[in-house]
Design a protein around this ligand. Structure first.
Ligand code: NAD
Ligand code: 89Y
Length: 343
């Protein structure tokens, strides 16, 4: 079977990872790129040898010649671009955060459903090697039925130099990073029925919240805490590791800093190194995220070819995105939010 041809829009900071990963993916290649900033267009086009370059997405669709659309722009343009893909009957991948509001996200899912095209959100953290290892242990029944969890991302890493827009929005850590942590909580402990959140801004140089603590009631009765911070200065910087604690009826799982996975149950304790691979184009400490970009892109191609649903389809991501909106709502009102009522 010949490979799928893709068109990527948004040649910014993170698209470099996406372009490198597309080079490694089996069964797909990027044949056209688009950015309204001519400098970014030239930089990415030259680095990856892409000749078809556009400053306008409509013009790229008018020329056609691609089988999928990879949206790597920031959130403001996501709805218009996903709807453009749907109008043109082209399957689309959309970066997180999926949309500005849950209402927009629902409209985007409906547009692709009505057009009969696949839609996947680039929610890559669940594809990280250590997260997959935890999921595998749970699926194997290593700790019985989990009843409690903690999903923690606490860092003092300077994300603002690479992504200056993160300092400027009214919303920061939940929308940008906590969205991944909430998705991991759903991926490992199941969907959420209600949520309570508290937020704080510690760094005076930014506009949004940089600390959030979120209590989740999962539909299966488990309880978990998602705690995220970009205001936490530690002796050894953990960025971008998600640390996990899970307690189950038959044992415990601990994913600790340095990618150590410890599983304790009736058979004793096993300790494993679940470090991500350092891909040829990757660099520490980002290699964990970079490897997951490759994994999600390969998943996109494999499922598209099979005609099967993607792990982080638009429909699946509505349930993660609802947690983001619920967290802001809960923090603003000081109340527990019924998540099921939002969907
Ligand atoms: P960026 O600002 O560096 O790049 C975005 C690019 O898109 C810019 O070059 C801009 O000119 C271009 N652009 C925006 N709107 C456009 C439009 N309508 N038409 C053409 N070009 C347009 O942003 P970034 O840091 O690369 O982030 C992009 C997205 O990736 C964000 O949504 C961010 O949250 C996400 N991101 C995801 C991860 C992850 O692990 N999944 C990590 C970092 C960033
Ligand atoms: O934008 C964020 C993301 O998705 O992963 C890490 C990040 O780059 C900074 O928080």
């Amino acid at each position: 079977m010949t490979g799928l041809k893709g068109a990527l829009i948004g040649c910014g900071f993170f698209a470099i990872n996406q372009m490198h990963a597309w080079n490694d993916v089996d069964g797909a290649e990027i044949v056209a790129i688009c950015d309204r900033d001519p400098e970014r267009l030239k930089l990415v086009g030259d680095q990856f040898g892409i000749e078809r370059r556009y400053s306008d997405a409509e013009a790229m669709f008018a020329d056609g010649g691609f089988d999928f659309f990879d949206i790597a722009t920031t959130v403001q343009s996501h709805r218009a671009l996903v709807e453009m893909a749907a109008r043109n009957k082209i399957p689309a991948i959309c970066q997180k955060p999926f949309a500005k509001t849950l209402a927009d996200a629902k409209a985007m899912v409906e547009a692709c459903r009505a057009a009969g095209v696949a839609l996947m959100v680039h929610e890559n953290f669940r594809w990280q090697t250590p997260i997959q290892a935890v999921r595998k242990a749970l699926d194997a029944g290593a700790i019985g039925t989990p009843f409690w969890g903690r999903f923690s991302f606490r860092s003092g890493y300077d994300v603002f130099s690479g992504q200056p827009y993160l300092a400027e929005g009214e919303r920061f850590i939940i929308e940008d990073l906590g969205i991944h942590t909430l998705d991991i909580a759903r991926y490992l402990l199941g969907d959420v029925s209600s949520l309570t959140a508290r937020t704080k801004r510690v760094n005076p140089e930014i506009k949004g919240e940089d600390v959030a603590t979120i209590l989740l009631d999962h539909e299966n009765g488990a309880t978990s805490v998602v705690d995220v911070s970009y205001a936490t200065k530690l002796p050894k910087e953990p960025f971008p590791e998600t640390l996990i604690e899970l307690d189950g009826s038959e044992g415990t799982i601990r994913l600790s800093q340095g990618y150590g996975l410890e599983i304790t149950n009736g058979r004793g304790t096993t300790v494993m190194d679940v470090s991500p691979k350092l891909l040829s184009w990757a660099s520490r400490p980002w290699h964990n995220i970079q490897e997951s970009v490759y994994a999600i892109e390969q998943h996109w191609v494999d499922q598209l070819r099979r005609g099967a649903e993607h792990s982080t389809s638009g429909a699946d991501n509505l349930k993660t995105f609802a947690l983001v909106e619920a967290a802001y709502d809960s923090a603003a009102r000081g109340q527990t939010i019924d998540v099921r009522a939002m969907l």
